[in-house]
Design a protein around this ligand. Structure first.
Ligand SMILES: Cc1cc2nc3c(=O)[nH]c(=O)nc-3n(C[C@H](O)[C@H](O)[C@H](O)COP(=O)(O)O)c2cc1C
Length: 353
């Protein structure tokens, strides 16, 4: 058992949000820093539309490093890419505590954080100080809860982070900002992406080729999937989709006393439903957009399931709460062992095996 595994057990005895804040502080002050390792070259994947080459397909999902405090440390733990945010134009305190719950019996988390963050100014200052060689660091942008013009918030986000991020994620799928997910409705999405497209073209004239992704919810029926896919495909500047955010559903299987808490559910109980929605998007989109799979990943098997459903890369967050940051090394070692076993030369080969 590594030092990080022991630390993970200790941190889990704290209330969920205190544990998170303590972890961020410990990482920030470099109390815990792993030795970075080079990835097996067979783990590298390319997001074609985005033009991003990732050293491995396992990314850190948004919400862990909301204020771009510790992306270098998380890259050093072995993530192939790290997504910071969600950041909103103005700082925001989020919902009252408690707002983060561990459902330990279920390997799950419920959160209703509500986009607590220090705002775009601080976020951009931190990202802009990043040395060029650090790695792939994305910026996930959202809207302030009390904004009079939410689309303007996304436009401000795109313009603010554009020069300093490896890619940008437009997050319209958090269940914790009332009305936000309404931006996934066809008409609202057309207006949102229309205005972001104008900003993207304007920014692209100054700094070329910043990939943009749209992050969607798992709670979408077939018509909604088809509508979003069609609108997304009509944007020539959009690189892909991240499927998915947390769910507002509460599967009957949940055991924890926290299962009735309001918010987004993530972790193991989200794996199958988010993978199904990913497969629906893949059926509608094929290879015309890059797909990043998220929701419930805790093992190499889960990564392979997302790749088989059509993802080129994946992200995880909740499993870290239970397994600690060494999980990413374990998943990658397992992927490499499986490639050795079947003679696969790439992760997409492995997914087909
Ligand atoms: C505590 C917490 C906070 C999150 N905050 C954000 C966020 O700010 N923006 C976002 O796009 N997703 C956020 N997410 C969703 C994750 O990025 C991810 O899409 C989701 O949790 C599914 O992956 P997982 O099951 O591996 O956690 C958050 C998730 C958790 C657990």
């Amino acid at each position: 058992m590594s030092l990080f595994d022991i630390a993970t057990r200790l941190v889990r005895t704290l209330p969920a949000e205190s544990a998170h804040l303590f972890t961020i502080d410990a990482l920030k002050w470099n109390l815990a820093r792993p030795r970075p390792q080079l990835d097996d070259p067979r783990l590298a994947v390319t997001l074609r539309r985005a033009g991003l080459r990732l050293p491995n397909p396992v990314g850190l999902a948004a919400g862990f490093d909301k204020n771009a405090d510790v992306f270098e440390q998380m890259l050093a733990f072995g993530f192939g890419f790290v997504e910071c945010g969600t950041v909103t134009p103005r700082p925001q305190v989020g919902n009252p505590r408690p707002r983060l719950f561990r459902l330990s019996e279920d390997g799950a988390v419920i959160n209703r954080m509500g986009f607590n963050n220090l705002g775009l100014g601080m976020f951009v200052r931190r990202l802009s100080a990043m040395p060029r060689a650090t790695g792939i660091v994305g910026a996930n942008i959202g809207a302030n809860k009390d904004s009079a013009d939410r689309i303007a918030d996304y436009v401000a986000g795109v313009k603010g982070v554009w020069p300093y991020s490896s890619y940008i994620t437009i997050n319209i799928s958090s269940p914790n900002t009332p009305g936000l997910r309404g931006l996934q409705d066809r008409g609202a999405l057309e207006e949102l992406l229309g205005r972001i497209g104008v900003a993207a073209r304007e920014m692209d004239a100054a700094v070329k080729g910043r990939p943009l992704f749209l992050k969607v919810a798992p709670d979408l029926d077939d018509v909604a999937v088809r509508d979003i896919a069609e609108v997304a495909l009509a944007q020539d500047w959009l690189s892909g989709l991240i499927v998915s955010n947390t769910t507002i559903a509460r599967p009957d299987s949940l055991q924890s006393k926290h299962k009735g808490e309001t918010g987004g559910l993530s972790g193991a109980p989200l794996m199958d439903s988010s993978t199904r929605v990913l497969a629906h998007f893949h059926a509608a989109i094929g290879d015309r957009l890059d797909l990043i799979g998220a929701g419930g990943i805790a093992s190499a098997d889960d990564v392979i399931a997302k790749l088989r459903a059509g993802a080129q890369a994946v992200q995880l967050y909740s499993a870290l709460v239970f397994e600690g940051p060494m999980l990413v090394q374990r998943i990658k070692a397992d992927l490499v062992a499986r490639m050795d076993a079947v003679g696969a030369t790439s992760v997409s080969d492995l997914a087909k095996a």
